[in-house]
Design a protein. Structure first.
Length: 151
């Protein structure tokens, strides 16, 4: 269902990024799928970098957060073979690369949340969420980790 919706929306999953450290990209415990922090990778493999509120607008940050959602789905697909087993988003932690004083992190992470609602529906696409600001590795604009419930 999710893969069909991605095609209907004309979206493209980027290549899944290789792990950037000593960790598993995805861990499954019972019916819970834990996804390590994902970064905004474009279909050509390049990263979306920048500091939101400094050299990126909130809207550009939202687009980067949406792209993180696609990167995350590519990672899940690579690990599980498909996306059919995803039932719902349970929790997301969104991290925004920004400077002190920037206070629109929740607006930026809405880009990810809106994508999940588009793909999983109003009930299953909304989960608990946190949105914080920090300095992120490799200068990426956004990083998001998430927990999904499997069917």
């Amino acid at each position: 269902m999710i893969e069909t919706k991605i095609k209907e929306l004309g979206l493209e999953l980027p290549p899944p990024p290789p792990p950037g450290g000593i960790y598993h990209p995805v861990v499954i415990v019972d019916k819970m799928l834990y996804v390590s922090g994902q970064i905004p990778m474009r279909a050509d493999g390049s990263l979306i970098t920048g500091t939101v509120g400094k050299d990126m607008s909130v809207e550009e940050g939202q687009r980067a957060a949406r792209q993180v959602g696609l990167t995350m789905l590519a990672t899940i697909q690579a690990q599980l073979g498909n996306l059919d087993g995803i039932k719902r988003l349970v929790k997301a932690l969104g991290m925004v690369n920004c400077e002190p004083g920037f206070g629109s992190q929740p607006l930026v992470i809405n880009g990810f949340s809106e994508l999940m609602v588009e793909l999983l529906g109003e009930q299953n696409g909304k989960g608990a969420r946190s949105a914080v600001g920090m300095i992120l590795p490799r200068g990426v604009a956004v990083e998001i980790e998430a927990i999904f419930e499997l069917k």
